[in-house]
Design a protein around this ligand. Structure first.
Ligand code: 7RM
Length: 653
């Protein structure tokens, strides 16, 4: 092996840049380093303390964790509580009814603010209205709504009456909606006439009508929020306007306390194969960990902070960090309906300035997009209110991390890269601002009370510097409890690869300091000539080149080397005009120099767009199909399904 072919992951072990907490921030930080020691000493006592301090229980729990029948966990046994009461009523009772819960900003610029008292009243009305339609504790309600306050109200109204919500992202098709309705046997659907997308009305109700057209589903009623005023088809006896049902319902409603393990929601997530999995979350443990992480990871001061998580409620980030975490903590937050570039590319920064946002939580794909649009756009706004920046959803390349810290955070705000999944329910690996010295690109350390590890094929712990599989060794409060209706698949998918451990499906590596670096899904970890290469790492190198805006890398099967590295790259503005062949060669050399010859892509294809899901995850599986000369697989979850045709045609040239 020549010297420039040394271990390709070496550079991840030698990140020189480190940002120590600002002493003033550290002194007053919500999270203190003592949390780690406390949790290490007695993990269950630590979680029991959090559950009692962060939540209001009608009946205290007696058994912190029942793990007698793994992997089926029961947390906070004997305890009873109501999720909506914890998110709403108790803040009003504590005298904080006048605090703004939600600053809503519609895409067309319409605004609405809800105080905690007002939001509580709306949720009580919705709870009464849903109950009048026959929804009772244990039922399921499908939610197909845009990012409007009624989405939050609906979710909390379900929780209030003990019904599980199943939110289906508004961008999903009628077929996807129907299969989720069927799987959960939903009784009620809550939807809207439509929403606004890039300045135009975008319909939602037609997809519900199509999904229910055969009249054979379990759905008895559809409640429709009027949002964009477009005409809709109407099924008498089934459909009802929100204004006629919720709008006229009584605002008196006493929340009943439910068992800690009462199902709170089902959220469907795609696996590597087969039909989507209905991830089941329950009440007490989920609320404990979402509230704990929201408070400590974002250094939340509910009295003064203005928090903004840009995720849609169709994804788990919207569940845990728009609805439950922030509201249980009594935070004030911004909810924005629209796209970041409507009516102009400065919209997000305009909102940060307008509402004085102090904590921003978004995704690397958004950060890279903003980076591509240029520094001068955020530069036109006053972002000095910001004090903590979060990232979630995929590995954040050091370049984007640095840009986020420098341009958005003025080199002053701590950046917290948070690793977690739909299945984990809440943040698991992340720095604690004020405690952890951060490195660009690393999610750093498991949070207090979380036991994450990196293991080899046999499940044995790996030392620092060795890449392997990310596992969780002990149950955690917000863990998924099951796959809805499919316990065998639950055991098989998550608990069988490494017996006794939760298998996350992600590759990871600890650096020389023991800090965790996420390397992408394990199906994204390539093996080239016996070297383990991370798609994330090569992508990070490519995006580090000034000509590159975005990059996706896949390992394509190769007879001699096992796999070959194939890169798909979007160029930045002016670089796109340059000769593509020359640019591809430049980028190959760049990766070779950055990481080592072994990592040099066999081919760098310049593309106009990458295949992304609606939540912004790049579908490398489809790129792999192209790179391996197969027909492109199921592309129905893409935000833009035409992207793959173009890429396949260009690749074949
Ligand atoms: C919250 C969410 C989960 C998958 C997960 C990872 C990837 C998420 C990070 C990350 C590296 C991160 N839930 N992922 N966060 N990878 N660093 N900070 O995204 O269920 O939709 O996706 O996302 O691969 O397994 S999710």
């Amino acid at each position: 092996m020549s010297s420039d072919e040394s271990t390709p992951l070496d550079n991840l072990s030698h990140e020189e840049r480190s940002f120590a907490p600002d002493p003033a921030f550290a002194r007053d930080a919500v999270a203190q380093a003592t949390l780690y020691a406390e949790a290490d000493q007695d993990r269950l006592a630590f979680w029991a303390r959090q559950a009692r301090e962060l939540l209001t229980w009608e009946t205290d729990f007696t058994d912190t964790l029942d793990w007698s029948n793994p992997p089926f966990a029961r947390w906070f046994g004997g305890g009873k509580l109501n999720a909506a009461y914890n998110a709403l009523d108790r803040h009003v009772e504590a005298g904080n009814g006048d605090r703004v819960a939600i600053h809503f900003e519609g895409e067309p610029g319409d605004t609405r603010a809800y105080t905690y008292a007002q939001l509580t009243e709306e949720v009580k009305k919705a709870a009464n209205a849903f109950a009048a339609l026959g929804v009772t504790a244990g039922d399921r309600v499908a939610v197909y709504l845009p990012m409007i306050p009624e989405a939050v109200i609906t979710m909390l109204a379900c929780a209030r009456i003990g019904a599980a919500h199943s939110v289906v992202f508004g961008g999903f098709s009628a077929d996807a909606l129907r299969s989720r309705i069927d799987d959960a046997e939903a009784k009620l659907v809550v939807t809207a006439d439509g929403t606004w997308r890039r300045g135009k009305p975008s319909p939602l109700k037609p997809a519900v009508d199509a999904a229910l057209a055969d009249g054979q589903s379990t759905v008895e009623n559809v409640v429709v929020v009027q949002r964009n005023g477009e005409p809709v088809e109407w099924t008498e006896g089934r459909d009802a306007w929100w204004s006629d049902t919720v709008g006229t319902a009584s605002a008196e409603h006493t929340a009943e306390a439910f068992d800690a393990e009462q199902p709170l929601y089902i959220l469907y997530t795609s696996g590597t194969t087969g039909k989507p999995k209905g991830i089941l979350h329950t009440t007490g443990g989920y609320l404990t960990q979402t509230a704990f992480t929201h408070r400590n990871v974002f250094d939340l001061r509910p009295e003064t902070d203005v928090y903004w998580c840009t995720a849609d409620i169709g994804w788990v980030t919207g569940h845990s960090y728009v609805v439950y975490g922030p509201l249980v903590n009594g935070a004030t937050q911004v909810i924005y309906e629209g796209t970041p570039d409507t009516p102009h590319q400065g919209r997000w920064w305009e909102l940060v300035q307008k509402y004085g946002v102090t904590i921003l939580y978004t995704a690397p794909t958004a950060i890279r997009t903003m980076m591509k649009w240029g520094d001068d756009i955020p530069g036109q706004y006053d972002l000095s209110s910001l004090r903590v920046l979060g990232s979630v959803g995929e590995p954040i390349n050091p370049e984007a991390w640095m840009w986020y810290r420098r341009v958005i955070g003025a080199d002053r705000c701590p950046v917290v890269d948070t690793w977690w999944q739909t299945e984990t329910g809440a943040i698991m690996i992340s720095p604690l601002p004020g405690v952890t010295a951060t490195k660009p690109g690393s999610a750093q350390v498991p949070l207090p009370g979380i036991t994450a590890d990196v293991v080899d094929d046999t499940g044995a712990s790996l030392g620092d510097g060795e890449a392997g599989y990310l596992v969780l060794r002990e149950p955690w409060p917000s863990m998924l409890r099951n796959i809805w209706g499919d316990p065998d698949r639950f055991v098989q998918t998550y608990w069988s690869r490494f017996p006794g451990m939760y298998f996350a499906g992600d590759g990871a590596k600890k650096d020389d300091d023991g800090d965790v670096w996420l390397l992408g899904r394990v199906d994204d970890v390539m093996n080239v000539s016996g070297h383990r290469l991370s798609t994330a790492e090569i992508e990070s190198s490519l995006v580090g080149h000034p000509a590159v805006a975005e990059a996706a890398v896949v390992g394509a099967a190769d007879e001699t080397t096992g796999q070959a590295v194939i890169a798909f790259v979007i160029l930045r503005g002016s670089a796109a005009e340059e000769d593509h062949d020359a640019m591809s060669e430049t980028l190959r050399q760049h990766v070779g120099k950055d990481i080592g010859a072994i990592a040099k892509p066999r081919k760098v294809l310049i593309v106009p767009e990458l295949p992304k899901t609606r939540s912004g995850k790049i579908m490398r599986r489809l790129l792999k199909d192209v790179a391996e000369g197969r027909e492109v697989g199921d592309a129905t979850t893409l935000a833009d399904s035409t992207v793959m045709n173009q890429i396949a045609a260009d690749f074949a040239k």
